[in-house]
Design a protein around this ligand. Structure first.
Ligand SMILES: Cc1cc2nc3c(=O)[nH]c(=O)nc-3n(C[C@H](O)[C@H](O)[C@H](O)COP(=O)(O)O)c2cc1C
Length: 405
């Protein structure tokens, strides 16, 4: 209560709500893109998905984003083995707030039996309304064991995992697959992976237009997304380098994808989901928030985190979001540094109160890339991994036991 009062005084900047007209788009017109995406029985309108992001898309961030607009808001990656073993931290991570409907959970796994068991638990215990399977993680600790983005190279193993998941779901909730274009330009896997996923009965496939070797560097290959759209009958979701609502419409137009998956573009900008909703409805977006309103959103984000994990942990977890929220605003180094080291919500409220609430949103920042941009590197793989794409051997060590990437 005290905290809430402090904040009302400290970050009580005015909200400027106005409209910006996009000259190329008449009101009510979104350029002819489909508004509704069907993932099994789930209608997603607008056809926008918050990308699963480990360490980011926890319940607090999902709640914050979904308050701005419709869409599907996916959890952080959850490890199948940890779920099957009922690891307490994993059980906490898969909790959804009652406001969160539909509940969308991303699972990681490399062993068909364990993935099947995890899906069975989710469905039998009504823990989620949708499961996405992660075959796109590029981090060395995962690919070195043959998991994540390395796995689709082993076509039979990929098929067995997807089959186990779809069989365990038994039509009660939809299963989707998220993947990258391949391990490297020499070892592309997405077309085979998409066809296998479709054969096995998944409801949609999301494609991040980068190889594992690219990590987050270079530009996402939207042509690959277009190729996958042409190759499959089920919905394909396009992912990679959507920084603005117009960027999302552009991807839909250019690739023919059925929906978009937005990751780094919403970091420090949860209101992007409002802009996306407006763009898909053919409405002009609201004016971006001034610094005072951004400060309120920052505090709301930290408070939602605190509801889940307590004040101390929330403040520490929130630190990584500070630079994204303040990107491009004229805020002194010292205040930035103190915000980046914040250790309680009271302290956060006080520091946010030092910001100039009337600073307008820096126009050039909205469309600029943000978040991870790690460039190309050699992908760590198990010895001999590339020798035989037709193997279904599972390395039990590749089953991570900790969720969240
Ligand atoms: C911090 C971070 C964490 C991520 N964690 C996951 C994850 O757990 N599961 C997953 O499938 N992708 C993960 N990704 C990849 C994103 O879902 C998305 O595919 C990627 O960022 C490309 O989309 P973007 O250009 O819109 O950011 C992560 C990305 C980032 C930046």
């Amino acid at each position: 209560m005290i905290v809430a009062m402090v904040v009302a005084v400290a970050v009580g900047g005015t909200v400027a709500v106005g409209v910006v007209h996009t000259p190329s788009m008449p009101p009510g017109d979104n350029g002819g893109v489909m508004r509704t995406l069907k993932i099994g029985t789930i209608a997603v309108d607008p056809p926008v998905v918050l990308a699963p992001m480990a360490g980011i898309t926890n319940s607090a961030f999902r709640l914050l984003c979904r308050r701005y607009g419709g869409g599907l808001y996916v959890s952080e990656m959850i490890t199948s083995r940890a779920l099957v073993e009922r690891n307490p931290e994993t059980l906490r991570m898969i909790r959804f707030d009652p406001e969160e409907r539909p509940r969308s959970l991303q699972l990681y796994g490399v062993d068909p039996a364990i993935v099947g068991a995890a899906v069975g638990i989710v469905v039998d215990e009504d823990l989620a309304d949708h499961i996405d399977l992660n075959f796109g993680c590029p981090v060395p600790k995962v690919t070195r064991k043959g998991g994540g983005a390395a796995l689709p190279y082993k076509r039979p193993l990929l098929r067995q995992i997807i089959r186990a998941a779809v069989t365990a779901a038994d039509g009660r909730i939809p299963i989707t697959v998220k993947t990258r274009t391949g391990i490297s330009d020499q070892h592309l896997t997405y077309l085979d992976a998409g066809r296998i996923a479709q054969d096995e009965g998944v409801a949609a496939v999301a494609l991040h237009g980068r190889t594992a070797a690219q990590m987050y560097g270079g530009a996402a290959d939207w042509t690959a997304i277009e190729r996958l759209v042409q190759a499959l009958d089920i919905p394909v979701l396009g992912n990679g380098d959507i920084w603005t609502a117009t960027g999302a419409l552009r991807m839909m137009h250019r690739t023919g994808c059925a929906g978009v998956v937005v990751g780094r573009g919403c970091l420090g900008r949860p209101w992007l989901f409002g802009e996306l909703e407006a763009a898909f409805a053919g409405r002009p977006p609201a004016e971006p928030p001034r610094l005072g309103e951004v400060a309120k959103i920052m505090y709301e984000h930290a408070s939602l985190l605190a509801d889940d994990v307590g004040d101390d942990k929330a403040a520490r977890d929130f630190r990584k979001h500070v630079a994204w929220y303040l990107k491009g605003f004229p805020v002194g180094q010292e205040l930035r540094a103190r915000l980046g080291m914040v250790s309680s919500l009271i302290e956060l409220a006080g520091l946010l109160g030092e910001l100039d609430p009337d600073q307008p949103y820096p126009a050039d920042v909205a469309a600029a890339p943000r978040g991870r941009g790690t460039g190309a590197r050699r992908v760590a793989l198990p010895d001999g991994w590339l020798d035989d794409p037709n193997s279904a051997a599972v390395d039990p060590a590749a089953e991570l036991d900790i969720s969240g990437g």
